[in-house]
Design a protein. Structure first.
Length: 201
């Protein structure tokens, strides 16, 4: 009997042990937690590793209009933040490819084609953004990439193209040179972004 229990225990430990160690490598989903157990003597203690929980002072709105503006900003951040993160990711991958190219001629050729591909891929989605969401995206790109949209265009596609796109943006009241201000102007916006990233909003 003891032998059967030992064999059963060994099989269960092998199967579930592998499953447990496989799960250890998996990322924790937003709002989720990884649970493990530790056995100390006769006690079984559950261990949970949780995401960071951000705590800010309660928002005090002067009036209904200010509250509506806040929730509109939350909605707009949720809509545009994935695109800003995508830009940062694309930049990182593009830089790796550019570094492997032998000369400037190859890099220019690659960037010209890359620009066309990006337009085809994302233009239909980005056209659906409102003007205020477009302006917000410009700021979020600066936050995610540590460079303004203007500087990025100038760096990768040249001064003339950056000047052209800046002039086009200005026609619609946008500014590709907009910077993210952590300290003053965009303090509340940064708070919203942190909470959205943490899955708390």
């Amino acid at each position: 009997m003891k032998r059967r229990i030992l064999i059963l225990f060994t099989v269960l430990f092998t199967v579930f042990g592998q499953s447990l160690f496989a799960q250890m490598d998996e990322p924790i989903p937003p709002g989720g937690a990884r649970l493990m157990v530790e056995i100390k003597g006769n006690d079984t203690i559950f261990l949970a590793y949780l995401h960071d929980l951000w705590v800010f002072p309660k928002m005090n709105f002067k009036n209904k209009k200010e509250e509506q503006y806040y929730w509109k900003m939350v909605r707009d951040v949720k809509r545009t933040l994935p695109y800003a993160k995508l830009v940062a990711q694309e930049l990182s991958e593009t830089n790796k490819k550019l570094m492997m190219m032998p000369n400037d001629k190859e890099r220019k050729k690659f960037l010209a084609q890359y620009e066309k591909d990006i337009y085809q891929k994302y233009e239909p989605e980005l056209k659906k953004l409102t003007l205020s969401q477009g302006k917000l995206l410009i700021k979020l790109i600066d936050r995610e990439c540590n460079n303004t949209s203007y500087d990025l265009i100038k760096l990768y596609r040249g001064s003339f193209r950056a000047f052209f796109y800046q002039g086009f943006a200005r026609l619609f009241g946008a500014n590709l040179k907009s910077e993210f201000d952590y300290n003053e102007k965009d303090k509340i916006l940064d708070r919203i972004i942190v909470l959205v990233e943490a899955g708390q909003l």
